[in-house]
Design a protein around this ligand. Structure first.
Ligand code: MG
Length: 271
Protein backbone atom coordinates (compact mmCIF):
# COMPACT_ATOMS: atom_id res chain seq x y z
CA UNK A 1 0.00 0.00 0.00
CA UNK A 2 1.00 3.60 -0.58
CA UNK A 3 -0.05 6.43 1.72
CA UNK A 4 0.49 10.14 2.11
CA UNK A 5 -0.14 12.75 4.78
CA UNK A 6 -1.91 15.89 3.64
CA UNK A 7 -3.84 18.95 4.66
CA UNK A 8 -7.53 18.88 3.83
CA UNK A 9 -9.60 21.89 4.80
CA UNK A 10 -8.42 22.42 8.38
CA UNK A 11 -7.40 18.84 9.08
CA UNK A 12 -4.19 16.88 8.73
CA UNK A 13 -5.15 13.50 7.29
CA UNK A 14 -3.64 10.33 5.88
CA UNK A 15 -4.64 9.19 2.43
CA UNK A 16 -4.46 5.92 0.54
CA UNK A 17 -2.72 6.46 -2.81
CA UNK A 18 -3.42 4.49 -5.99
CA UNK A 19 -2.79 5.09 -9.67
CA UNK A 20 -5.68 6.25 -11.80
CA UNK A 21 -5.00 6.75 -15.49
CA UNK A 22 -1.26 6.55 -14.82
CA UNK A 23 -1.31 9.29 -12.17
CA UNK A 24 -1.29 8.85 -8.39
CA UNK A 25 -4.52 9.83 -6.66
CA UNK A 26 -5.60 9.98 -3.05
CA UNK A 27 -8.50 7.56 -3.39
CA UNK A 28 -9.57 7.31 0.24
CA UNK A 29 -8.56 8.20 3.78
CA UNK A 30 -6.06 5.88 5.43
CA UNK A 31 -5.34 4.84 9.00
CA UNK A 32 -3.05 7.18 10.88
CA UNK A 33 0.04 5.34 12.09
CA UNK A 34 0.34 4.69 15.81
CA UNK A 35 3.21 7.14 16.36
CA UNK A 36 1.27 10.22 15.23
CA UNK A 37 0.11 11.08 18.74
CA UNK A 38 -1.09 14.54 17.78
CA UNK A 39 -3.46 12.94 15.29
CA UNK A 40 -4.64 10.41 17.84
CA UNK A 41 -5.43 13.14 20.34
CA UNK A 42 -7.55 15.02 17.79
CA UNK A 43 -9.19 11.94 16.33
CA UNK A 44 -10.05 9.10 18.70
CA UNK A 45 -10.55 6.89 15.66
CA UNK A 46 -7.55 6.24 13.41
CA UNK A 47 -9.63 7.18 10.37
CA UNK A 48 -11.80 10.24 11.01
CA UNK A 49 -15.19 10.60 9.40
CA UNK A 50 -14.87 13.27 6.73
CA UNK A 51 -18.20 13.17 4.96
CA UNK A 52 -17.24 15.36 2.03
CA UNK A 53 -13.92 13.72 1.13
CA UNK A 54 -13.70 12.95 -2.59
CA UNK A 55 -10.67 11.44 -4.36
CA UNK A 56 -8.12 14.03 -5.47
CA UNK A 57 -5.03 13.87 -7.65
CA UNK A 58 -1.91 13.62 -5.49
CA UNK A 59 -0.44 16.48 -7.54
CA UNK A 60 -3.19 18.83 -6.41
CA UNK A 61 -3.11 17.89 -2.70
CA UNK A 62 -1.25 19.92 -0.11
CA UNK A 63 1.20 17.25 0.96
CA UNK A 64 3.03 17.17 4.27
CA UNK A 65 6.02 15.01 5.18
CA UNK A 66 4.41 11.53 5.40
CA UNK A 67 6.23 10.67 8.63
CA UNK A 68 6.21 11.82 12.26
CA UNK A 69 9.36 10.09 13.54
CA UNK A 70 10.81 10.18 17.03
CA UNK A 71 14.20 10.33 15.32
CA UNK A 72 15.80 10.48 11.89
CA UNK A 73 18.97 8.42 11.56
CA UNK A 74 21.20 8.96 8.56
CA UNK A 75 24.07 7.06 7.04
CA UNK A 76 27.01 9.02 5.64
CA UNK A 77 29.18 7.75 2.79
CA UNK A 78 27.23 4.63 1.88
CA UNK A 79 28.15 4.76 -1.83
CA UNK A 80 31.82 4.37 -2.78
CA UNK A 81 31.72 7.00 -5.52
CA UNK A 82 30.25 9.63 -3.16
CA UNK A 83 32.81 8.90 -0.42
CA UNK A 84 35.54 9.43 -3.01
CA UNK A 85 34.13 12.64 -4.47
CA UNK A 86 34.42 14.37 -1.07
CA UNK A 87 37.92 12.98 -0.60
CA UNK A 88 36.93 10.53 2.13
CA UNK A 89 37.97 6.94 2.71
CA UNK A 90 35.38 4.23 2.17
CA UNK A 91 34.28 3.60 5.76
CA UNK A 92 34.94 0.28 7.49
CA UNK A 93 31.76 0.67 9.55
CA UNK A 94 28.59 2.69 8.91
CA UNK A 95 28.92 6.38 9.73
CA UNK A 96 25.77 7.53 11.53
CA UNK A 97 24.31 10.92 12.36
CA UNK A 98 20.94 12.40 13.25
CA UNK A 99 18.72 14.99 11.71
CA UNK A 100 16.10 16.44 14.08
CA UNK A 101 12.38 15.92 13.36
CA UNK A 102 12.10 19.73 13.31
CA UNK A 103 14.00 19.67 9.97
CA UNK A 104 11.19 17.79 8.19
CA UNK A 105 9.54 19.35 5.15
CA UNK A 106 6.93 18.06 2.72
CA UNK A 107 6.88 17.64 -1.05
CA UNK A 108 6.81 21.07 -2.75
CA UNK A 109 7.88 22.78 0.49
CA UNK A 110 10.53 25.51 0.38
CA UNK A 111 13.98 24.78 1.80
CA UNK A 112 15.26 27.90 3.54
CA UNK A 113 18.98 28.50 3.01
CA UNK A 114 20.33 29.88 6.29
CA UNK A 115 22.47 33.03 6.40
CA UNK A 116 25.13 31.17 8.43
CA UNK A 117 26.08 29.06 5.39
CA UNK A 118 27.54 29.92 2.01
CA UNK A 119 27.23 26.41 0.60
CA UNK A 120 24.04 24.37 0.84
CA UNK A 121 24.06 21.02 -1.00
CA UNK A 122 21.33 18.61 -2.06
CA UNK A 123 21.71 14.87 -1.35
CA UNK A 124 19.03 12.63 -2.86
CA UNK A 125 18.43 9.45 -0.83
CA UNK A 126 16.22 6.42 -0.34
CA UNK A 127 14.65 6.44 3.14
CA UNK A 128 13.10 3.61 5.16
CA UNK A 129 10.21 3.98 7.56
CA UNK A 130 10.33 1.63 10.54
CA UNK A 131 7.12 -0.31 11.22
CA UNK A 132 7.75 -1.91 14.59
CA UNK A 133 10.13 -1.51 17.48
CA UNK A 134 13.56 -2.89 16.63
CA UNK A 135 16.24 -3.57 19.24
CA UNK A 136 19.48 -5.48 18.73
CA UNK A 137 18.42 -7.12 15.48
CA UNK A 138 20.60 -10.06 14.54
CA UNK A 139 22.20 -9.89 11.10
CA UNK A 140 20.01 -12.81 10.00
CA UNK A 141 16.78 -11.36 11.49
CA UNK A 142 13.66 -11.06 9.34
CA UNK A 143 14.52 -7.39 8.75
CA UNK A 144 11.74 -6.77 6.25
CA UNK A 145 9.15 -7.34 8.95
CA UNK A 146 10.50 -4.22 10.72
CA UNK A 147 10.07 -1.96 7.70
CA UNK A 148 6.73 -0.30 7.04
CA UNK A 149 7.77 1.14 3.72
CA UNK A 150 10.07 3.33 1.69
CA UNK A 151 10.09 6.99 0.78
CA UNK A 152 12.36 9.62 -0.74
CA UNK A 153 14.43 12.15 1.20
CA UNK A 154 16.77 15.02 0.48
CA UNK A 155 19.53 15.17 3.11
CA UNK A 156 20.14 18.91 2.67
CA UNK A 157 23.54 19.85 4.07
CA UNK A 158 25.35 23.11 4.83
CA UNK A 159 28.66 21.75 3.51
CA UNK A 160 30.80 24.57 4.86
CA UNK A 161 29.37 24.25 8.38
CA UNK A 162 29.78 20.46 8.25
CA UNK A 163 33.53 21.02 7.87
CA UNK A 164 33.74 24.02 10.19
CA UNK A 165 31.77 22.55 13.11
CA UNK A 166 33.30 19.06 13.12
CA UNK A 167 30.00 17.80 14.56
CA UNK A 168 27.33 17.63 11.86
CA UNK A 169 24.32 18.58 13.99
CA UNK A 170 23.93 22.13 12.77
CA UNK A 171 24.99 21.50 9.15
CA UNK A 172 22.41 18.75 8.75
CA UNK A 173 19.78 20.00 11.15
CA UNK A 174 18.49 23.40 10.06
CA UNK A 175 14.71 23.76 9.83
CA UNK A 176 13.49 22.57 6.38
CA UNK A 177 16.71 20.56 5.73
CA UNK A 178 14.89 17.22 5.55
CA UNK A 179 12.35 17.16 2.70
CA UNK A 180 10.56 13.79 2.65
CA UNK A 181 7.82 12.29 0.47
CA UNK A 182 5.61 12.38 -1.44
CA UNK A 183 4.40 8.95 -0.24
CA UNK A 184 5.38 5.96 1.88
CA UNK A 185 5.13 2.68 -0.03
CA UNK A 186 5.71 -0.99 0.66
CA UNK A 187 5.23 -1.80 -3.02
CA UNK A 188 8.90 -1.43 -4.01
CA UNK A 189 11.66 -4.00 -3.44
CA UNK A 190 14.96 -2.52 -2.29
CA UNK A 191 16.76 -5.84 -2.82
CA UNK A 192 16.12 -5.73 -6.56
CA UNK A 193 17.80 -2.33 -6.67
CA UNK A 194 16.17 1.09 -6.63
CA UNK A 195 17.69 3.87 -8.71
CA UNK A 196 17.95 7.21 -6.95
CA UNK A 197 18.08 10.20 -9.33
CA UNK A 198 18.46 13.87 -8.46
CA UNK A 199 17.75 16.71 -10.86
CA UNK A 200 18.63 20.34 -10.30
CA UNK A 201 16.53 22.65 -12.45
CA UNK A 202 15.80 19.67 -14.68
CA UNK A 203 19.45 18.61 -15.14
CA UNK A 204 20.41 15.12 -13.95
CA UNK A 205 23.04 15.44 -11.19
CA UNK A 206 22.93 12.15 -9.26
CA UNK A 207 22.13 8.63 -10.34
CA UNK A 208 22.89 5.63 -8.13
CA UNK A 209 21.51 2.20 -7.46
CA UNK A 210 20.85 0.94 -3.97
CA UNK A 211 22.62 -2.22 -5.16
CA UNK A 212 25.83 -0.14 -4.83
CA UNK A 213 25.40 0.45 -1.10
CA UNK A 214 28.59 -0.18 0.88
CA UNK A 215 26.39 -1.41 3.77
CA UNK A 216 23.16 -3.22 2.93
CA UNK A 217 19.88 -2.44 4.66
CA UNK A 218 20.05 -5.51 6.97
CA UNK A 219 23.65 -4.62 7.86
CA UNK A 220 22.60 -1.06 8.67
CA UNK A 221 19.64 -2.19 10.77
CA UNK A 222 21.78 -4.63 12.71
CA UNK A 223 24.52 -2.03 13.29
CA UNK A 224 22.11 0.74 14.31
CA UNK A 225 19.86 -1.32 16.57
CA UNK A 226 22.88 -2.73 18.39
CA UNK A 227 23.10 0.79 19.82
CA UNK A 228 19.75 2.52 19.34
CA UNK A 229 16.20 1.18 19.55
CA UNK A 230 14.18 2.13 16.48
CA UNK A 231 10.52 2.97 17.03
CA UNK A 232 7.57 2.80 14.64
CA UNK A 233 7.71 5.80 12.32
CA UNK A 234 11.45 6.37 12.70
CA UNK A 235 13.16 7.31 9.49
CA UNK A 236 16.44 5.95 8.17
CA UNK A 237 18.21 7.85 5.36
CA UNK A 238 20.44 5.40 3.54
CA UNK A 239 23.10 7.70 2.06
CA UNK A 240 23.59 9.56 -1.19
CA UNK A 241 25.29 8.62 -4.48
CA UNK A 242 27.97 10.75 -6.19
CA UNK A 243 27.05 14.07 -7.76
CA UNK A 244 26.12 16.21 -4.76
CA UNK A 245 26.40 19.90 -5.40
CA UNK A 246 25.48 23.37 -4.22
CA UNK A 247 22.14 25.06 -4.75
CA UNK A 248 21.30 28.71 -5.18
CA UNK A 249 18.14 30.57 -4.29
CA UNK A 250 15.36 29.80 -6.75
CA UNK A 251 16.67 26.31 -7.64
CA UNK A 252 14.27 23.41 -7.91
CA UNK A 253 15.65 20.03 -6.78
CA UNK A 254 13.78 16.84 -7.65
CA UNK A 255 14.70 13.44 -6.24
CA UNK A 256 13.02 10.49 -7.93
CA UNK A 257 12.85 6.74 -7.32
CA UNK A 258 10.72 4.53 -9.58
CA UNK A 259 7.62 3.43 -7.70
CA UNK A 260 7.96 6.16 -5.06
CA UNK A 261 7.48 9.16 -7.33
CA UNK A 262 9.26 12.50 -7.30
CA UNK A 263 10.13 14.64 -4.27
CA UNK A 264 10.33 18.23 -5.48
CA UNK A 265 11.45 21.24 -3.45
CA UNK A 266 12.54 24.77 -4.19
CA UNK A 267 15.30 26.62 -2.34
CA UNK A 268 15.05 30.19 -1.09
CA UNK A 269 17.32 32.54 0.82
CA UNK A 270 16.30 33.24 4.41
CA UNK A 271 14.49 36.56 4.81
MG1 MG B 1 23.35 12.10 3.19
Amino acid sequence: MRYCRFRFENEVLYGKVEDRGGEPWIVDLAHAPEEDLEFRVRHPKAVPTILDFEPIALSSAELLAPVTPSKIICVGRNYRDHAKELGNEVPAEPLLFFKPPSSLLGHKGTVVMPPQSERVDFEGELALVIGKRATKLASDADWKSYIRGYTIANDVTARDLQKKDGQWTRAKGFDTFCPVGPVVSDEVDSERGLTVETRQNGELKQQGSTLDFIFSIPELLSYITAAITLEPGDLLLTGTPAGVGPVKAGDKVEVSIAGLGVLSNTFAAAR
